[in-house]
Design a protein around this ligand. Sequence first.
Ligand SMILES: *[C@@H]1O[C@H](CO)[C@@H](O)[C@H](O)[C@H]1NC(C)=O
Length: 420
Amino acid sequence: MSTCSTAMTQLLLCLAAVCVVVNANVRLPQYTKYGKSLVLGGGVLMDDNAHVWSRIVDMAGGKAKARIGVISAASDTPATSAKYYVDLLVNNYTALEATFIPVTVDDVAKNSDPNVVKLIKQQTGFFISGGDQMRLVQAYMLAGNLPSPALQAIKDQYNGGAVISGSSAGTAILTAGPMVTGGSSWDALRYGAQESLTHSHDLTYRKAGGFGIYPEYLLDTHFSNRGREGRMIRLLSDTRHMSNGVNYGLGVSENTALVVTHVGTNNELGEVFGELGVTFFDVSKSYTDPAERYYSLRNVFVSYLTEGDSINMKTRSVTFSPNKTPLLGNEGYDHALTSNDIFFGEGSHHRKTEFLRVAASLFDARKDTMTHGDTHLTHPQFRVTMSKTGTDTAGYVERHGDFHSDTHSYKNMYVEIGEI
Ligand SMILES: *[C@@H]1O[C@H](CO)[C@@H](O)[C@H](O)[C@H]1NC(C)=O
């Protein structure tokens, strides 16, 4: 090697070293407290939900410090949508600033604009609002499923501690696993997961996933409100053996969020904030019964956590809120309920929808250890069987006066699905 080229190599190494140092410097003050962090909002995040909105601002650096980039490309009116969140974050929740990130399906070129990348690098947190997650894919991803420079900048900020919060499509897009794009529970069980729509309520998904920010869970939203338990179980079970498939899923209900801190470490913690809850699914030990004519699945485990409960996202060990008490021995009723429309979700975020109601009643029943709910649709009619006799199964409650208003949580409820 000539002297000249040796000198050149050293210069390049030196430049490379500088480059590494620059990247390592993108470490925001909040990283010390939260590590890499996410706020997975379930949609319909009300503007008075201070628990969740204040948490987002706090995790983005705190009052009068947080600079939040608002990513509203999922909306069909991104600028209007962004203005709403900018005002809310700054005026009501005292972020220092909130800024519309102007990458949209109508201006995709902005995803490679150095000025936009520079703007993103100034943010200490992000909020991704709802709409259609495929618009986010279109706006932020390049051909070959590669991140655009704008998306890469968002990921770099996230790696340095900028919280990424989302609502609805803004949560669904974060997955690295197959990303759900539509469908209802009975149709999911009947026809399975499809990459494109053939029947109007088909479970559809994007095989290549979303932004690839959160790898170990499938993510879904508006969850209990729309009775999406069946579609989650089917999507997990149909895709778990794919290269980016996973055995775990979580569905966030409306006006509720799962706050995840220290992502990627052994201390990765998920905490529930807000009005309803988060449903967790584990299909790692599940199997289908080949003798059945239609879809069936046994050995699914379901947990439902509400405000104040937390879960280690790696070990899936659950800690119930200190405000709750164990239901075992303190059940309020003799018998569990059943349902003839187990995936009914009427959209109201103020009540226990069918799956939650039946499951909560099982843990609140002193004489029953099993119950079931059937699908309203038939040919075939599916039955969801629930049992609380498994290992490490427990229900907890915070009483508020009656079954309807009591806050129930449970872990490791055994579930199976099959044709009646
Ligand atoms: C947010 O701020 C606006 C303007 O100050 C106010 O009218 C509105 O009631 C506030 N909303 C909440 C939820 O605090």
